[in-house]
Design a protein around this ligand. Structure first.
Ligand code: NI
Length: 171
């Protein structure tokens, strides 16, 4: 388990660097630690800058939880040096939160569908099309490796809610 960097930490505002491949032992360990840290915090994704490491690497791992009761379930995927190839014109605005910005929720617009490329933990370069909530997590984490956070994307700041009020919506 590693400490989660909080908004204000400079690493969250830096453009992360490409991960050298094949993965070093230290980077393998980093990924293992990111899994543990994400699970403990009940996140549905985590990016390396969120554990203080400025590398282009994140995990996408949606599953229903207290933080995201309506999330779909998917086997977690480690995405190394990801690229956004295409995106839909369609944009959907929906709730997001971030482990680096505890206690806050806001509605951020994201592309409905994205076509992406990334290197998997096995070293394989893969392409995928993601839609809906999974596409949203990808874009949220992709922002993290480019020094952005979801609150930058929120257009209507009146939608911000505390975590406690947000949870009442799903009761
Ligand atoms: Ni985040």
């Amino acid at each position: 388990m590693r400490a989660i960097t909080q908004l204000g930490h400079p690493v969250l505002r830096q453009i992360a660097k490409a991960v050298p491949l094949p993965l070093s032992r230290a980077h393998e360990r980093l990924i293992d630690d990111m899994f543990v840290t994400m699970k403990k915090a009940k996140g549905v994704g985590i990016a390396a800058p969120q554990v203080g490491v400025g590398l282009r690497l994140f995990i996408v791992a949606p599953e229903p939880s207290v933080r995201y009761p309506h999330a779909p379930r998917m086997d977690p995927v480690v995405m190394i040096n990801p690229k956004l190839i295409h995106h839909s014109r369609k944009i959907v605005t929906d709730w997001e939160g971030c482990l680096s910005i505890p206690g806050l929720r806001g509605r951020a617009p994201r592309y409905h569908t994205v076509e992406i490329e990334f290197t998997a933990r096995t070293g394989e370069r893969l392409r995928a099309e993601l839609t809906g909530f999974i596409a949203r997590i990808f874009q949220h984490e992709f922002d993290h490796i480019n020094g952005r956070v979801y609150i930058d994307r929120v257009r209507d700041r009146r939608t911000f809610m505390t975590e406690a009020e947000y949870r009442k919506l799903w009761k």
